[in-house]
Design a protein around this ligand. Structure first.
Ligand code: ZN
Length: 185
């Protein structure tokens, strides 16, 4: 079995009369730095360490005990995360409150019965009707804008469509269609 050491254990030696192998097991050094992972595979030492120092050694690579520093750090990070979450939540709440307030103060929304009250009506003054939009007028205006566009910027299918609408021939090259439309005015 393999036994993994806490990150602050740089080495361990269990004497023979203590049940160990007597050798010193050292955390490996990789490129001049102590390796992140330090594991021993030494039956006699393992039995001793697992029993006597369970807060420093474990068989589970994914559950290596934390050093007091790491515990503090984890604790701090957790608190920080909670604080950020709270900030975000209250920021969202403030935003909702703001948009609700804006909604209430919008005269166009004033005809919503549940929001009607004497105080708000006096604040808004008179209730304005939203402008009525005639869909026919809109399409007429759009068509007019379309006609004002210079034919040179149109695509071939658009040019053919415009020619056909103007009762002109739709044959020929792009330049012919453009000239035909321009000549038509
Ligand atoms: Zn050993």
């Amino acid at each position: 079995m393999v036994l993994y050491a806490r990150s602050d254990v740089s080495g361990v030696g269990v004497p023979v009369d203590g049940g160990g192998c007597g050798a010193f097991h050292r955390r490996p050094v990789i490129e001049g730095r102590l390796a992140k992972l330090f594991a021993i595979d030494c039956q006699p030492c393992e039995s001793y360490l697992r029993l006597r120092l369970p807060d420093q050694w474990t068989n589970n690579r994914w559950d290596i005990p934390l050093t007091p520093d790491e515990v503090l750090q984890a604790d701090m990070l957790e608190k920080q995360a909670k604080r950020l979450q709270q900030q975000e939540t209250s920021e969202r709440a403030r935003e909702s409150a703001r948009s609700i307030a804006e909604h209430y103060n919008d005269p166009y929304e004033a005809n919503l019965p549940s929001f009607l009250d004497a105080e708000r009506i006096s604040r808004v003054g008179s209730i304005e009707e939203p402008p009525v939009v005639d869909p026919d007028a809109v399409s007429a205006r759009l068509a007019q804008l379309d006609d004002e566009v210079d034919p040179a910027v149109l695509s071939m299918p658009q040019l053919r469509k415009r020619c056909a609408e103007a009762g002109l021939s739709t044959g020929g090259k792009k330049v012919d269609l453009i000239n035909r439309l321009r000549a038509e005015g």
